[in-house]
Design a protein around this ligand. Structure first.
Ligand code: SF4
Length: 422
């Protein structure tokens, strides 16, 4: 393996070869690649030079910097972050004022098109950008300049994604996401409040290994991290299916780890890999810790998802009291009824055909004969297949636009007990 690359730097920091290979296997899994890609990742990472990074903090709380710094020892992720060449980060570097500006200029000149730009926080455009200045310049101008010369720009956190909390209704600063500032189009967004540092590292590893950014959705979110609903991977999902819901914080259901949907969990409408990547080196995530998902990886989540502890809006706008689980039950019942009608219809049709062909008398007694013996065996499998198809369709029924799998059973008794339950 390379003597001067990332692997050498990691070894100098005490990482074993076994841990490195485990890391590359974990990265292959994180990127939704087969394990057979692990050797290729290992080879690429081991030979890669240290990655120069320019990190711009815009309008935000700094939570993503905290998330990066809290990648705790002795994981390989934290070691990998240590070996990244952080050329500029206003909150972490010693220079300030004009000296900091010189550091930024010099980093861009030293690595023309050879550095990665990371932007944390929203870009305020109100008052000509005066709400967030870097070196006396609107941060949007700085982001544009830095991203124009970058290999890629990573917009980390929900604020950099689409403005986040600063862009919610009532915001005064004209905040928006980084997307409008990136001229060269090489943008990856990693929303989350904060972003998951595992996804940041996986994006880097993908770039180092394949020399291109990972495939994304239309909003720049990598599919390996944002390609599935939280609800589909949540460890509380079996309780949702069995209609076992916590109805109040601290009640018996909450203590037993039941589903938090009725306490406002936004997991059924939120795309992210929180249940599998988790936070704090894979230790936990908010639903595991007992708080519902707030939908922070989704566009304009503060306004679109409703208050954090309020149940998701009704899936049928003109029927505000109809809940997603009721829709699911109705769909299952409807599909079952259709399957039943189909089965009865096929039975009548078969019987009528048998009578026309003289194989059955008016009392319904089948006439013995080669055709009578052959026909049912030809028809029956087709019918049963159709019925099975209909039945299997019913199980994963999606509830309207909410993309929620219908529960097999629901807690209808609780609806009247909780004022939030509609
Ligand atoms: Fe998990 Fe929330 Fe879905 Fe319940 S509603 S299964 S807590 S993601």
């Amino acid at each position: 393996m390379g003597e001067d690359g990332l692997y050498a730097a990691l070894v100098r920091r005490g990482m074993s070869r076994r841990a490195f290979l485990q890391f590359t296997t974990a990265m292959a899994a994180a990127l939704a690649l087969p394990a057979s890609f692990a050797p290729r990742i290992a080879e690429a990472v081991s030979a890669a030079p240290r990655l120069p990074l320019i990190w711009i903090r815009a309008q935000g709380c700094g939570g993503n910097t905290e998330a990066m710094l809290r990648a705790s020892d002795p994981t390989v992720t934290s070691l990998l972050l240590d070996t990244i060449s952080m050329e500029y980060h206003e909150a972490l570097m010693a220079p300030a004022g004009a000296a900091a500006g010189l550091v930024l200029t010099s980093a861009m000149e030293r690595y023309p098109n050879g550095y990665m730009a990371v932007v944390e926080g929203a870009i305020p455009t109100g008052a000509s950008g005066a709400y967030c200045l870097v070196g006396g310049r609107p941060v949007g101008d700085v982001v544009r300049e830095v991203s124009d010369g970058a290999m890629a720009t990573l917009a980390v956190g929900s604020c950099a994604f689409d403005g986040g909390a600063a862009a919610a209704n009532g915001g005064q600063t004209g905040a928006g996401g980084v997307r409008s500032q990136v001229g060269n189009g090489r943008l990856i967004t990693l929303p989350g409040c904060p972003m998951n540092v595992e996804n940041l590292v996986a994006t880097w590893v993908h770039y180092i290994t394949f020399h291109e950014l990972p495939p994304t959705d239309g909003m720049g979110r990598p599919l390996f991290a944002y390609g599935d609903l939280i609800h589909n991977k949540c460890e509380r999902r079996p309780h949702f299916e069995f209609g076992e819901f916590a109805l109040a914080w601290g009640d018996e259901g909450a203590q037993k780890g039941w589903c938090l949907y009725k306490l406002g969990c936004k997991g059924p409408e939120t795309m992210a890999n929180c249940p599998t990547a988790r936070y704090g080196d894979g230790i936990s995530w908010n639903v595991r810790a007992g708080a519902g998902c707030i939908g922070c990886t989704m566009p304009h989540s503060w306004d679109a998802m409703g208050a954090a502890y309020r149940r998701l809006p009704p899936v049928v706008p003109f029927l505000p009291n109809v809940t997603v689980d009721q829709v699911g039950v109705a769909m299952v019942a409807g599909i079952t009824a259709v399957a039943g009608v189909h089965a009865v219809g096929m039975g009548v049709r078969f019987k009528r055909r048998a009578m026309i062909e003289g194989r059955e008398d008016a009392a319904g007694t089948a006439e013995a004969g080669p055709i009578a013996a052959a026909e049912p065996s030809a028809e029956a499998p087709a019918d049963s297949t159709a019925a099975e198809d209909s039945a299997s369709d019913a199980v994963p029924a999606e509830a309207g636009g909410a993309s929620v799998d219908a529960p097999a059973a629901v807690d209808t008794s609780s609806a009247g007990a909780d004022p939030e339950v509609s």
